[in-house]
Design a binder for this molecule. Structure first.
Ligand SMILES: [Zn+2]
Length: 309
């Protein structure tokens, strides 16, 4: 078995303007780097297919999906919030982003793949049950988690190491004890929502601006490891945002590739202990193109090493 890479060219057609950090160039930078490093040739590439309405409707209410459809512009841009716009290709890209995650879940659950990384955009972890925000429309990870629950899994973990809090994922699963959500994030910082949700299945790890690798590692290990082991997830999802990198223009952390390698090893160890190694990781943030590409390479390298165990 190997590591799958789910992506699609159409995910680069969603474009919110030349100034916008969540740019199509992010995926191109990742794919170019994975090719140049040689890692791409060790992965099994899959097309991110369109998600079904049924799969989307497990994570979001129909009224929200219909409202997004209505926002689809005939031309130009239509704004869902001050940071988040649709062009004529956005809903197609978003359907492939969520659909890629669903396909990855099916392939990993069926045993065809050991684990998978979804190089997709738009990202998803800020998308709440009924609110698009923070560059996100459909909560890709939440749609994938619901697919796994619908397949009969009873214990799932979501690990979110993006520099921003995964408010959307917390919002969707705060009353779903089958899903443990662990999120580390800069605080106080965008999105200023849901970071204080207090539930046994929500583990929030706020960290100050300027957080370096050692502090990140100590807090993540202290806050997450016992909870993850107690939950004993049958599958682990990763909201893999790399905007905590020291070079990132949006985030205020001082993390490096080695820290992303470390946290991925922690996740892979948990998945090996409880989940038969089943991991589906999904791209979230990361806005310095070089740092993003190198960090994704480090992250996927660990997934690839884990699938040989
Ligand atoms: Zn982010």
């Amino acid at each position: 078995m190997t590591t799958g890479l789910f992506t699609h060219e159409d995910c680069t057609r969603h474009d919110m303007g030349d100034w916008h950090p969540e740019s199509p160039a992010r995926l191109a930078a990742i794919m170019d780097y994975l090719k140049a490093s040689g890692l791409l040739s060790e992965l099994e590439e899959h097309e991110a297919v369109h998600v079904s309405r049924e799969a989307l409707a497990r994570a979001h209410p129909e009224r929200y999906l219909a409202a997004l459809d209505k926002l689809h512009p005939p031309e130009g841009l239509s704004w869902a919030d001050p940071d988040t716009a649709l062009n004529i290709y956005t809903l197609d890209a978003a359907a492939r982003a969520a659909g890629g995650v669903v396909a990855a879940v099916k392939a990993v659950l069926s045993g065809k793949l050991a684990n998978a990384f979804c190089a997709v955009r738009p990202p998803g972890h800020h998308a709440e049950y009924a609110q698009a925000m923070g560059f996100c429309f459909y909560n890709n990870v939440a749609v994938g988690v619901h697919e796994a629950l619908a397949s009969g899994l009873e214990r799932i973990a979501v690990v979110d190491f993006d520099v921003h809090h995964g408010n959307g994922t917390v919002d969707i699963f705060k009353d779903e004890p089958r899903v443990l959500v662990c999120s580390s994030f800069q605080h106080p910082f965008y999105p200023h929502r849901a970071h204080d949700v207090d539930r046994p299945n929500i583990v929030n790890t706020p960290l100050p601006e300027g957080t370096r690798g050692l502090q990140f590692r100590q807090r993540v290990e202290a806050d997450w490891l016992k909870k993850l082991d107690a939950h004993a997830p049958q599958m682990v999802f990763v909201s893999a945002g790399f905007d905590g990198h020291a070079r990132d223009p949006l985030g205020g952390f001082e993390l490096h590739e080695a820290d992303y390698r470390w946290v991925t090893e922690l996740i892979a160890d948990v998945a090996a202990r409880h989940a038969g190694g089943r991991i589906v990781s999904v791209l979230e943030g990361g806005y310095d193109l070089d740092a993003l590409a190198r960090s994704v390479d480090a992250h996927v390298q660990v997934l690839r090493e884990a699938d040989r165990l």
